[in-house]
Write a protein that binds this ligand. Structure first.
Ligand code: IMP
Ligand code: MG
Length: 177
């Protein structure tokens, strides 16, 4: 049986997402932004964040290979779905559920820089800073969290738990990961 322990309540998340939206609104005043969500984990964060940004906002989505059914990162990032539109001259905000090793966002940031955008920023709800292997930082980070495997608010374990309104620490019996 999986055990779930609440780490961040829906109130804590909502308050933080509103703050991030305000910062983005302020930083890009008078401009438009494209939110690029990293499928599928970022969808719920993107939906809430977008409604806190008082600017001209459009969406795009990108997908990369993920952990599969394991808690371990393979170390390899593979593009499964590219953006639908050219990002030339755009203010891009890459929206991700969590910054862990940083491999995914390093890869995606480099990919998008190839589009000659005006700016590329990173919004991540969660940051496991102690796990970082790549020199990359989030520009709009919700919460720094300890090195625990978390689920909910978009984050999954083998595609489950994305619909939990809280962010929870998951303890499984499966010690092999
Ligand atoms: P990175 O490339 O190591 O930074 O990993 C980022 C991706 O790993 C995220 O988009 C998540 O899909 C996944 N990930 C990392 N930590 C967790 C976690 O605690 N729970 C669920 N997914 C995670
Ligand atoms: Mg993800």
């Amino acid at each position: 049986m999986d055990k779930l322990k609440v780490l961040l309540t829906r109130e804590q998340i909502a308050k933080k997402v509103a703050e991030l939206g305000e910062r983005i609104t302020h930083d890009f005043e008078g401009e438009s932004v494209v939110l690029i969500g990293v499928l599928k984990g970022a969808t719920i964060f993107l939906a809430d964040l977008a409604r806190q940004i008082k600017l001209d906002v459009s969406f795009d989505f990108i997908a990369v290979s993920s952990y599969g059914n394991s808690k371990q990162q393979s170390g390899e990032v593979k593009l499964m779905k590219d953006v639908d539109h050219s990002m030339e001259g755009k203010n891009i905000i890459l929206v991700e559920d969590i910054l862990d090793t940083g491999l995914t966002l390093t890869y995606l940031k480099n990919l998008l820089l190839g589009h000659q955008p005006k700016a590329v920023k990173i919004a991540a709800l969660l940051d496991k800073i102690s796990r970082r292997t790549q020199p990359i930082r989030g520009d709009y980070v919700g919460f720094e969290i300890p090195d625990e495997f978390v689920v909910g608010y978009g984050l999954d374990y083998a595609e489950r738990y994305r619909n939990l309104p809280e962010v929870c620490i998951l303890e499984t019996d499966d010690q092999s990961g």
